[in-house]
Design a protein around this ligand. Structure first.
Ligand code: PRP
Length: 206
């Protein structure tokens, strides 16, 4: 049995559809209820709906053998897991954004608001730029508008949130997409099953 942690929401549903096409269907998952665990014993697969940012925790600790999570989470938390496949969905980018009149005065410490503290710190350390990180949990775009920060480091997908708040991308830090990840011990003990699933799912990705 392979235990799969899927991110709850639109991305997870899209990824499940790919798993289904790859031969790992689990019809019970389509029933409208609030269950979180679904199993198809015949196909040897069990799915869990997990909060997207928690998928890597379930996988790293072996509560799930494999899972689907964004590259942003992998870059931010560096979980000790194997990255098996780029699923090429949930595509967006991690970017620095600021108000349109932003000017980077390198004489002073740059105030950076973000949910992704480690990504921001690593990025600016690589540029030798001193920063003051302000850790927020959401609506990051508000920070430069209210003068809480000079810039933000956040996910940009369509760019609509930035546009509607009169902010612009200053620099792109990295491209993001959903990845198939595996627990290291599970991969060792269930190599054949996990490799077969990876191959079948991978064949459906362009
Ligand atoms: C994310 C991100 C941006 C927005 C970008 O927020 O933090 O705010 O999506 O998408 P766009 O470029 O298509 O507008 P999310 O919806 O995850 O909510 P959050 O405010 O809790 O971060």
């Amino acid at each position: 049995m392979i235990n799969v942690a899927l991110p709850k929401g639109r991305l997870g549903e899209k990824v499940y559809a790919t798993f289904e096409r790859a031969g790992y269907e689990c019809p019970a998952i389509k029933e409208v209820n609030r269950k979180l665990v679904f199993e198809n014993a015949e196909k040897g697969v069990r799915y869990f709906w997990v909060k997207p940012s928690d998928v890597s925790i379930y996988v790293e600790r072996g509560a799930a053998d494999i899972g689907v999570c964004g590259k942003d989470i992998l870059a931010e938390y560096s979980p000790d897991v194997y990255e098996l496949l780029d699923l090429k969905t949930g595509v967006c980018r991690m970017a620095v954004a600021a108000k349109k009149d932003f000017y980077d005065d390198r004489a002073s410490t740059l105030k950076v608001a973000t949910k992704f503290v480690n990504i921001a710190k690593n990025y600016y350390a690589g540029k030798g730029r001193e920063i003051d990180v302000i850790h927020l949990n959401g609506s990051i775009e508000l920070a430069p508008i209210l003068g809480l920060s000079d810039v933000i480091v956040d996910i940009v997908e369509t760019g609509t949130t930035l546009k509607e708040n009169d902010l612009d991308v200053v620099e792109t830090i990295m491209p993001i997409s959903a990845r198939l990840i595996a627990n290291k011990a599970s991969f060792k003990f269930k190599t054949a099953e996990i490799e077969k699933l990876t191959e079948k799912v991978g064949a459906l990705i362009d």
